[in-house]
Design a protein around this ligand. Structure first.
Ligand code: HEM
Length: 169
């Protein structure tokens, strides 16, 4: 694989190698189920709007892996502020993601590439340097509002004919 660029082959984006929109959507849905069932971290999600979270998570992963999306959510520090997320809880979330990636038979190189994209976000998300898990959500945490129904229905991925449609206007 390492020699592919010198021989002029096109390297597919991680987005394409993961399987594109349908695969990323299915992976995020499975991952979210695991997270919400994981007592090490699910308290943090108690007040949050799930459709909004899934929307932005899919859009962010699509964008970060070279897909056709633009991430329109809040930056990671702002989104996770005042949640008291620990290092141990960040690790637990990564474990849940790896379990999902294994379930979907995502090959190790692609898993490592995705985890490598997410790893630098740790310092923006973790507020408590501790291995503890299952720590409560601070009582004064205020979740972000739900997205408009229309936006959720349209989904986080650009419409396949969006470019054409815009040009005709
Ligand atoms: C690399 C790891 C992570 C990524 C890429 C990520 C990504 C995101 C994204 C894209 C959003 C939506 C932002 C928005 O609403 O504008 C979000 C929100 C949220 N994340 Fe994370 N996250 C990560 C780690 C974690 C961890 C470790 C926890 C808790 C254990 C967590 C808990 C939450 C919660 C509760 C929300 C909703 C916030 C609200 O309702 O205002 N995240 N995250």
């Amino acid at each position: 694989q390492g020699a592919s660029s010198s021989s002029g082959e096109q390297k597919k984006t991680l987005y394409e190698r993961l399987g594109g929109e349908a695969a990323i959507s299915a992976v995020v849905d499975d991952f979210a189920q695991r997270v919400l069932a994981d007592p090490r971290i699910n308290q943090k999600f108690a007040k949050s709007n799930a459709p909004r979270l899934l929307y932005f998570l899919k859009q962010q992963i699509c964008a970060a892996t070279g897909g056709p999306c633009k991430y329109e959510g809040r930056d990671m520090q702002t989104a996770h502020r005042n949640m008291g997320i620990t290092n141990g809880e960040f690790n637990a979330l990564v474990e849940d993601l790896v379990a999902t990636l294994n379930k979907f038979n995502v090959p190790k190189p692609e898993q490592d590439e995705l985890l490598g994209i997410l790893a630098p976000m740790r310092s923006q998300i973790v507020e408590v340097q501790s291995d503890a898990t299952g720590t409560p959500l601070p009582a004064d945490f205020k979740p972000a509002p739900p997205l408009p129904e229309k936006k959720i229905k349209a989904g986080p991925f650009p419409k396949k004919n969006q470019r054409k449609m815009k040009a005709r206007r």
